[in-house]
Design a protein around this ligand. Structure first.
Ligand code: SF4
Length: 64
């Protein structure tokens, strides 16, 4: 699994960090970022749900 966050699209709604807090966090400006070492999703079943929850579809999840 590979997670990409389009930071140009993210509006800082925070749904990703609420849905999958073990993978996503928010930076000082409120925008989404991945927690260190979680670029592969770390096996979290909530990553896809977080991508669906994002109101601007800023999160892309790919299977490698
Ligand atoms: S849910 Fe989407 S818009 Fe909100 S912080 Fe996460 S990536 Fe950004």
């Amino acid at each position: 699994m590979r997670i990409d966050i389009d930071t140009g699209v993210c509006i800082g709604a925070g749904q990703c960090a609420l849905t999958a807090p073990d993978v996503f966090t928010q930076d000082d400006d409120g925008f989404s970022e991945l927690l260190p070492g979680r670029e592969d999703g770390a096996g979290s079943a909530l990553v896809r749900e977080a991508a669906r929850a994002c109101p601007v579809s800023a999160i892309t999840v790919r299977e490698d």
